[in-house]
Ligand binder design. Structure first.
Ligand SMILES: [Fe+2]
Length: 316
């Protein structure tokens, strides 16, 4: 029962005579994550080669920019040259992003990538040498469509986005952690990935998704192990209403003892939507409490919809 909502868990307790205070946040935990995690573990091929020669260096410094494109891959040297890490991370109004996250539960950044950069990422969807795992969603009842997890080394653009957007999001994540009494996160992505590695989470999680007509993605959470960084983002690679129709980004927020709240985002091409992986703090009358969030995609009516997904924690 992947889509069992929390109302169905706490309501019987109340009908049986418990007070709302007794029920408290007893049933606020995530139901989907363990199922998703165990299913996804089975999709990764064993024994893949994590260190492919001749690609982009994935050293721990944010300044790293070694590019050696000699293996005939599609188009990525152009993308690498076009990316300026600092310029991209300075584009979003981070105060506005945090405000949107606190008020709405997700935030739009405005365009981060050009149409040309988006097109080049779409082109490498079919480059099989780039990926550690490919998931046909219908086989796992995740939806209809296909997504592919990049292998190490990540394409330069993906690496730069992941590394560059991590620090401002870690600052937000740490303010959230403070409000919820949860653990804090390191200031840089390499430090986070080091922690992931210590817990056996070695596999990179950035992915690219393709939905055709009728394609959709069930509501879910991207949890891949013990360590979960609380924010993630997607970047719309296609041009809405030109490349595809339908296919909206859907978010559903579950607040304790309330009905779930649906939200829809329609990012422009090149724009990022930032959202919680599992939950976020919300101000209540007696301090902050957790609201759970799941995300998915409504059905694509026509055309092809491509999205880049960046999750910061690695997978087991
Ligand atoms: Fe997801």
């Amino acid at each position: 029962m992947n889509f069992l909502v929390n109302e169905q868990r706490w309501a019987p307790e109340l009908f049986a005579g418990s007070t709302a205070q007794q029920v408290g946040d007893l049933f606020d935990g995530d139901l989907l994550a363990p199922t998703t995690r165990s299913r996804r573990r089975t999709t990764a091929p064993p024994g893949r080669n994590r260190h492919r020669p001749g690609g982009v260096s994935v050293g721990s410094s944010p300044q790293r920019s070694t590019v050696n494109m000699t293996n005939g891959r599609i188009g990525m040297s152009d993308i690498a040259e076009a990316v300026d890490l600092r310029e991209i991370t300075e584009r979003p109004d981070w105060e506005a992003v945090e405000r949107q996250l606190d008020e709405e539960g997700f935030a739009a950044t405005g365009p981060l990538l050009s149409a040309e950069q988006c097109r080049e990422v779409v082109e490498i969807f079919d480059d099989d040498t780039r990926y550690r795992s490919t998931v046909t969603m219908a086989r796992h009842a995740f939806g209809e469509g296909r997504y592919r997890y990049f292998d190490d080394p990540l394409p330069e653009l993906v690496q730069q986005l992941r590394e560059g957007l991590y620090p401002p999001l870690a600052a937000i994540a740490n303010r959230w952690a403070d409000r919820l009494g949860e653990r804090a996160f390191p200031a840089t992505l390499p430090a986070l990935l080091e922690e992931c590695a210590k817990l056996g989470q070695h596999k990179p999680t950035p992915l690219v998704l393709r939905y055709g007509p009728g394609g959709y993605n069930n509501l879910h959470q991207d949890v891949y192990g013990e360590l979960t960084f609380p924010l993630q983002f997607l970047i719309m690679l296609s041009q809405p209403d030109e490349d595809f129709t339908g296919g909206e980004s859907v978010f559903v927020e579950q607040r304790p003892r309330q009905q779930s709240r649906p939200m829809v985002a329609r990012p422009r091409q090149g724009e990022a939507i930032i959202f919680p992986v599992r939950h976020r703090p919300k101000q209540g009358s007696r301090g902050h409490y957790r609201v759970q969030m799941r995300h998915g995609v409504s059905a694509v009516h026509a055309g092809e919809r491509h999205v880049l997904g960046i999750i910061f924690h690695n997978a087991r």
